[in-house]
Design a protein around this ligand. Structure first.
Ligand code: HEC
Ligand code: HEC
Ligand code: HEC
Ligand code: HEC
Length: 437
């Protein structure tokens, strides 16, 4: 054969060989997953800036997800929303929750449900049509299995399974997460696991001791937060307990029989840029909610017009200037204003605790200012005083109507000292213990 022809054939052969290997790369199955974890949405459509309520908001999840997609072009993005997802505090809760559910569904979220979500019962199905999880409760899925690695058409190329396992620590059965996990591991000895849920640090420790196949644990537990992901041996641990402000990403790769992982955390900032059409959609929802709130408030105001026993804190100031000036410096004074950072200042279900005499002749009123937790919250309506006496209660029993476990987890007798405004001398022996801030 002519040498030239030989050379041409050789080159052709090389080109074919290269083409074959390149095409194999295209036939490679998805080897990388990026899990995007958020939690504690509580039905908030837009972010707020408060300490005890969620700050992330629905509207800031999408831009983060878009960014992740740009930064991980090869990854399959798996979005996970941890409890609590839906709001139980708004006259428009059904409407809001349905919209929240639609968003999660459209964006293929896997949703983990918590106690508060479960309290909606059958309504949940109306709110969210996608895949949802809760461990240890009959009738729910508890894991999603994702296969990674290998090749599409060839028999060779290793494949592996990663289980996204949703666990919850129930007060009636604190060992449940470890129990369920052990069963899973027994059944799937070769597979890897990522654990999500409401689990305590002690349980996380037990889980990690149990098995090295855990790639990561993403949990919420009260106020516990890990600012940077922690690595315990081969597993990443992130506590996302900052009331919806935080997100975490978790990159999982599987190449040639080996797992590689990398976790990060970030904040769902209030000033993130946001997709215009999504923003408009949310604004529209908010307008409907606001309108409904305004209707309810104006009905209440009309109901009591001209026949209320409440006078307003400014009225008390005329004779109790000193008490007023002390009260003015407490958080009770600004309790209604405070709702503004949450965009909830006209939400009747917050105003019950964040205003004076709500729906009893106080807030809302078109003529008198009943904002704040005013004098008459604690001393009763002041229409006939003086001469009739006002209530002065001892102890904290009356505070508990608002200072509930949910809204004021650190409340104790020491709080009385913090609102003290009476002119009378106090007996010694008041102690302030463990007051937040
Ligand atoms: C059952 C009564 C109650 C209801 C209902 C309630 N709150 Fe509160 N809220 C409180 C109490 C009590 C505190 C003070 C907690 C503390 O400091 O111990 C508080 C504190 C706050 C604070 C300030 C502390 C912080 O976390 O920054 C914000 C903001 C707030 N609530 C928002 C809301 C919103 C929004 C709603 C409605 C969706 C709401 N609250 C409904 C009782 C209530
Ligand atoms: C009508 C509901 C209501 C009642 C009743 C009530 N509070 Fe409050 N309290 C609130 C709200 C709402 C806040 C949060 C205000 C804010 O942060 O803007 C608050 C905040 C406080 C704070 C400030 C906490 C902080 O984090 O700075 C103290 C202290 C306090 N209350 C003590 C009491 C005591 C003591 C009583 C009973 C004598 C009482 N409260 C009764 C609703 C109430
Ligand atoms: C969160 C509840 C609360 C609010 C709001 C509140 N008070 Fe009081 N007030 C109390 C309590 C409790 C005492 C008793 C304090 C003590 O003896 O330690 C008291 C004491 C007083 C006393 C002294 C009564 C006595 O016989 O010792 C006066 C007067 C008074 N308050 C007026 C006011 C006025 C005026 C305002 C509004 C500017 C106001 N209070 C707001 C709970 C409240
Ligand atoms: C016209 C003046 C005046 C106004 C307005 C007024 N008070 Fe008084 N208040 C008094 C006098 C006088 C006393 C008795 C003073 C004393 O002996 O300590 C008193 C006593 C009190 C006491 C102690 C318990 C009692 O009844 O003796 C409380 C609590 C109180 N006022 C709360 C209020 C609140 C809350 C308001 C607003 C709704 C208010 N006051 C408005 C004049 C007034």
């Amino acid at each position: 054969m002519n040498n030239w022809l030989k050379l041409v054939l050789l080159i052709l052969f090389m080109v074919l060989l290269m083409a074959f290997f390149i095409s194999i790369q295209f036939l490679r199955e998805q080897n990388e997953i990026t899990v995007f974890v958020t939690g504690d949405l509580q039905g908030y459509l837009i972010p707020c800036g408060c300490r005890t309520s969620p700050a992330g908001g629905l509207s800031r999840r999408l831009p983060v997800m878009e960014k992740i997609k740009r930064e991980h072009p090869k990854s399959k993005i798996v979005a996970v929303e941890l409890p609590n997802v839906f709001t139980d505090r708004n006259p428009s809760k059904d409407f809001i929750n349905r919209k929240v559910g639609e968003f999660l569904y459209e964006n293929n979220y896997l949703v983990a449900l918590g106690d508060r979500d479960l309290s909606f019962g059958e309504k949940l199905k109306e709110y969210f049509k996608g895949e949802y999880f809760i461990a240890g409760v009959k009738g729910f899925n508890e894991e999603k299995i994702i296969e990674v690695g290998g090749y599409k058409v060839f028999p060779f190329g290793q494949k592996a399974k990663v289980h996204l396992l949703f666990l919850s620590e129930l007060s009636s059965d604190p060992d449940l997460p470890v129990k369920i996990f052990s069963e899973k591991v027994q059944k799937h000895k070769e597979d890897a696991f990522v654990v999500f849920g409401n689990i305590s640090p002690q349980t996380v420790e037990k889980l990690l001791k149990e098995n090295v196949r855990i790639l990561g644990v993403f949990a919420s537990w009260g106020q516990i937060v890990t600012s940077l992901p922690q690595k315990a041996k081969e597993s990443w641990v992130v506590f996302l307990g900052d009331k919806g402000r935080r997100f975490s990403t978790f990159d999982i790769g599987y190449y040639d029989g080996k797992w590689t992982t990398w976790a990060e955390t970030g904040y769902l900032e209030r000033d993130f840029p946001f997709d215009k059409t999504e923003e408009e959609k949310i604004e529209k929802i908010l307008r409907v909610v606001e309108e409904k709130n305004e209707n309810i408030l104006s009905e209440i105001a009309k109901k009591f017009e001209g026949k209320s026993d409440y006078m307003g804190s400014l009225h008390c100031k005329t004779c109790h200037k000193m008490e007023f000036e002390k009260w003015e410096k407490t958080n009770h004074f600004s309790a209604t204003k405070r709702l503004e950072i949450d965009h909830q200042e006209r939400n009747p279900e917050c105003l019950v605790c964040h205003s004076t005499g709500f729906d009893r002749g106080g807030y809302p009123d078109n003529h008198t200012d009943f904002t704040g937790v005013g004098c008459e919250v604690c001393h009763g309506p002041g229409k006939n005083h003086p001469p009739s006496k006002m209530k002065v209660e001892k102890g904290v029993d009356s505070c508990l109507a608002c200072h509930t476990k949910r809204d004021s987890p650190y409340f104790n007798d020491g709080y009385l000292m913090l609102i003290d405004h009476s002119a009378k001398k106090k007996p010694k022996g008041y102690t302030i213990v463990g007051v937040a801030n």
